[in-house]
Design a protein around this ligand. Sequence first.
Ligand SMILES: C[S@@+](CC[C@H](N)C(=O)[O-])C[C@H]1O[C@@H](n2cnc3c(N)ncnc32)[C@H](O)[C@@H]1O
Length: 211
Amino acid sequence: MGTEFIDLFNEWSDSYDRTVQGKDREYREVFHDYDRILNEVSRRVKGTVLEFGPGTGNLTLKLLESGCQVKAIEPSVKMIEKAKEKISDFEIYQGDFLHFPEVNSVNGIVSTYAFHHLTDQEKEKALRRYGNILPSGGKLVFADTAFVSDDHKTYMIQRAEENQYHNLARDLKTEYYTTLPVLEKLFRNCGFHIFFQQLNKYVWLMDATKK
Ligand SMILES: C[S@@+](CC[C@H](N)C(=O)[O-])C[C@H]1O[C@@H](n2cnc3c(N)ncnc32)[C@H](O)[C@@H]1O
C-alpha cells in the first residue's frame, strides 16, 4: 500500500535530476522553481529531521548543509543508490510513509513531491502517526502538487492533454493528488495547525505545526 509506484521511480532514477532541472518539457511547470521550493522546506525545520521519499537526495543535501541531522526513508532501491552517490555519509533506510523504523526525538518531518503517493485514507493514517512522533510545536513541512478544488484538478488534466503532455496527464489521473480542503481537514483531524502557500502552478507548501 502506498508503494505501487516504485517501479516507475526505479526507472526514473537515472534521469530524475535532469527532469527537475527542466529538461523534460512535460514536467517543466511542475518543477518550476524546484531549488526555491526545496529551500522553502529546508529553512523551516531544524534539529533531527525525518525525511520521506528523498529520491536522489536534493532536499537531504540542503537539510544537511543547514545543520540538520537527517533520517531518510525511501522505498526505491535505485533512488537510494543515487542519493548515496551524491551524499556519502547519511542515514537512509528502505521504507515508506507508513512503514519505517521506530524513531525518537524528532524535531521535524519533511517531504517534497511525494505525499501524493498515498491515498487520502493513507495520508490520514500517516499524519496520525507523525502527530504521535512530533512533540508539541514540532514542524511537519511538505511541498507537493495539490489543487484548490476538484474542478481545478480537472482543468489542469485537460490542459495537460491539450498540450499533448500525455505522461503528465496520466500521472495526474492515476496518482492520488488531492485538494487543499481535503488536506486541511486531514491535518486538522490529526492535531496540526496548517497553512498553505502556493509555490508554482502545481506545488503547494504545507507548513504544519503539532498542537
Ligand atoms: C518525485 S520523487 C521526489 C524526490 C525528492 N523528494 C525531490 O523532491 O526531488 C518521489 C519520491 O517519493 C518516493 N516514493 C514513492 N512512493 C512512496 C511512499 N509510499 N513512501 C515514501 N516515498 C515514496 C519515490 O521513490 C521517489 O523517490
